[in-house]
Write a new protein. Structure first.
Length: 223
DNA sequence: CACCAGGCAAGTA
DNA sequence: TACTTGCATGGT
């Protein structure tokens, strides 16, 4: 395939994605993600929300906040057993307490107790290192990179798969990295765009088309 | 009552 | 490599 044809297809995909984004933004407006008061709260929430409804995560975070434990040094000193009891409402509390402790241990040992060092690490290196932490997979790592570190990294999740499949822009056997490339290779590197787009995908997928392939009231209907 | 929600790791074949 | 299962609470 020659360069012109490839660039043309690339442009088509990019325009289609931008049209999708514009429709969603016109319908729903800014989603104000990530709902957190600090980058550290984003990091904690990213682990707690794994396979879990956000409202249950809020309860767990509130428990930490009320006990003045929502900081790197406080959680670093907290035993996993006590942590697991505090985050109970978020479900999977035993495994998530260990995952949080793993992540905190990684941050402190590599960057110290000040989060600034961690937050200013090179994007590629940071992603690679995060993925090496047990309990941090691609979605959690990318959520931290985009929503805590403000890096232009597109977050892929089950809703992203669902939406793109529904509109015949991918298939069942596409990998996380492949799906991520569809967005990152065809859209400008824009933190705000990636932030809103992912949040809007979650929003529209939750409100529409849970079963049927298409639904009439969906803002993406008619493609 | 069943089912799902902003995943990941370990085990199996 | 490609599936399957455990993890666990809370809302609908």
């Amino acid at each position: 395939m020659n360069h012109k044809l490839r660039d043309s297809l690339k442009s088509q995909t990019g325009q289609r994605l931008m049209e999708m984004y514009n429709r969603l933004y016109e319908r729903y407006g800014p989603q104000n993600w990530w709902p957190a008061k600090s980058p550290f709260e984003v990091i904690v929430g990213a682990v707690l929300t794994q396979n879990t409804n956000w409202k249950n995560v809020e309860k767990a975070i509130k428990n930490l906040e009320e006990n003045h434990l929502l900081s790197l040094d406080a959680l670093y000193d907290l035993p996993a057993g006590r942590l697991s009891q505090l985050i109970r409402p978020a479900g999977y509390f035993n495994i998530k307490a260990l995952r949080l402790k793993n992540l905190i241990e990684f941050i402190v040992s590599n960057y110290g107790l000040e989060l600034d060092e961690f937050l200013s690490e090179d994007t590629g290196k940071l992603r690679e290192k995060l993925l090496s932490v047990k309990g941090i997979g691609p979605e959690t790592a990318d959520s931290i990179l985009l929503y805590a570190c403000s890096r232009p990294i597109f977050v892929v999740d089950a809703y992203t798969f669902r939406i793109l499949k529904r509109h015949n822009m991918t298939d069942d056997q596409e990998s996380y990295a492949g799906l991520q490339s569809i967005f990152m290779d065809h859209l400008p590197e824009d933190v705000n765009l990636y932030n809103e787009f992912h949040a809007l995908i979650v929003r529209v997928a939750k409100e529409h088309c849970k079963k049927s392939p298409l639904c009439q009231t969906c803002p993406l209907d008619g493609w």
